[in-house]
Write a protein that binds this ligand. Structure first.
Ligand SMILES: Cc1cc2nc3c(=O)[nH]c(=O)nc-3n(C[C@H](O)[C@H](O)[C@H](O)COP(=O)(O)OP(=O)(O)OC[C@H]3O[C@@H](n4cnc5c(N)ncnc54)[C@H](O)[C@@H]3O)c2cc1C
Length: 410
């Protein structure tokens, strides 16, 4: 029995009616995945493809917004549906069988939406949330710096107040989709003489402001997923602070927790392809392959159940039962297992071939690395869990209480 069947069996009439409505929407606006190849790669091999997909995602989000098929748990005055959290679960279950995807825009929404709800002024929520949900505004994350990734709170991008503006100078890096986004959410250092977590401010910036330069970083695949972003005396209104001045760390934590939940709870499944691969290679009778397939199926199912529980709390804007880091950790481990199993079934030589199945196996083998780094590395997620879920002592650090300006930097 698959997840959808299990859910359907326990559904109320209201839920069943909503599921039918979602199916009607998807049938009318998207193509079922069964009509396209299951081996389609999830990364791009040229900048043009990536840009096209970004814009397709934005258009799809607009279609969802116009049909009232998004922002299910957000209040109506902020562009939402004021609905229960199960609507989003049902939508996601159904949408998995269709090609329609909001792509990067889904990440903008998942990261910034909850932060705006928790920390935005009434004006910010009314103005920005509907534009976020309609895809009119695409937001990139401007957090990491060349010397500040895992230790994000050590960041040095400087913002100096000048009347009712901040003047921002510094550099960010690894900023996904920044070359296409019109807006960015940016962490800056506003009080260098306070301890590192206490002098950070969260700013909402217009990426077309004078002084912002975005330089794409071209990868081996041929596409540029990431960028470097240079900021040279960029003027940002003080009204664009989200949360409190010097209180940006709390806002950043909200974004990062939701990013981990998004990555871990995305619901992408590779079991069906692993089974197909075993069939292609005549390995379905192999006892070891069967055991590994069963183990992998179970792990994807466990992730699904955990994701549903944690994401339901996230959508209700309640405290999740356990830190969302666990989803990203579990998902990262599954990706590694999937790559190992695909290679074990198809043989290492399959990773060097050029047909679509071989390309998929190769991508599955190496895909584990990006997912284990983006949105906070596996080690950092383990630290989060140790502290926030297991209650273990905080990781030792000599610089937590020192003024940021007195912390040695290379
Ligand atoms: C696909 C992808 C998308 C990304 N998108 C964005 C984006 O949109 N915006 C943005 O700002 N950034 C983005 N990033 C950057 C990402 O957040 C950083 O790469 C990540 O936080 C790690 O930082 P770093 O690269 O500086 O590595 P480092 O922090 O230098 O880490 C190097 C290694 O040391 C380990 N390590 C570091 N500290 C500890 C510790 N305390 N305990 C144990 N091990 C430790 C790490 O786990 C890692 O293995 C993205 C990265 C990827 C891969």
């Amino acid at each position: 029995m698959n997840t959808i069947d299990a859910t359907v069996n326990h559904e109320t009439p209201e839920q069943a009616a909503f599921r039918s409505e979602v199916r009607r929407f998807l049938d009318a606006n998207s193509e079922p995945k069964r009509q396209s190849s299951p081996w389609r790669l999830t990364f791009h091999t040229s900048g043009d493809d990536a840009r096209l997909d970004f814009e397709k995602g934005r258009a799809w989000q607009r279609t969802r917004f116009d049909a009232g098929m998004t922002a299910f748990t957000y209040p109506k005055e902020y562009g939402g549906q004021d609905g229960p959290a199960w609507q989003e679960s049902i939508y996601n279950e159904e949408a998995r069988a269709y090609n329609g995807s909001s792509g990067f825009i889904a990440s903008s929404i998942a990261m910034l939406g909850p932060a705006l709800m928790a920390y935005g002024t009434e004006e910010q929520k009314r103005e920005l949330l509907p534009r976020l949900h309609s895809g009119d505004d695409a937001w990139c994350q401007l957090f990491s710096e060349p010397g500040s990734g895992s230790d994000l709170a050590s960041l040095g991008c400087r913002a100096v107040r000048d009347g009712d503006e901040f003047v921002v100078t510094g550099q960010k890096v690894w900023n996904s989709a920044a070359q296409w986004c019109d807006h960015g959410f940016l962490l800056v250092r506003t009080s260098p003489d306070r301890p590192k977590h206490q002098g950070i401010t969260f700013l909402l910036i217009d990426m077309h402001s004078p002084g912002v330069e975005v330089r794409p970083l071209v990868q081996a695949t041929g596409a540029a997923h990431f960028n470097e972003v240079f900021l040279e005396e960029v003027r940002v209104p003080v009204a664009n602070v989200l949360g409190q001045i010097d209180g940006g760390w709390a806002v950043a934590r909200t974004v990062l927790a939701n990013e981990a939940a998004l990555i871990g709870g995305s619901g992408n499944k590779t079991y069906p392809n692993l089974l197909r691969l075993a069939e292609i290679h005549g390995r379905t009778g192999d006892a070891l392959v069967r055991q590994k397939l069963a183990d992998f199926f179970t792990r994807e199912k466990v992730l699904d159940l955990m994701a549903d529980r944690i994401m339901t709390a996230v959508r209700r804007r309640e405290k999740p039962p356990v830190d969302p880091s666990i989803l990203k950790l579990f998902m990262t481990a599954n990706r590694a297992r999937s790559g190992d199993l695909a290679t074990a079934i198809a043989g290492v030589s399959a990773t060097t071939g050029e047909d679509e199945v071989q390309l998929w196996v190769g991508a599955e083998l190496v895909g584990r690395y990006s997912v284990s780094i983006g949105g906070g590395t596996t080690e950092v997620q383990k630290n989060n869990l140790a502290e926030r879920a297991l209650g273990l002592p905080r990781e030792p650090g000599f610089d937590r209480d020192l003024p940021w300006s007195r912390i040695p930097r290379s």
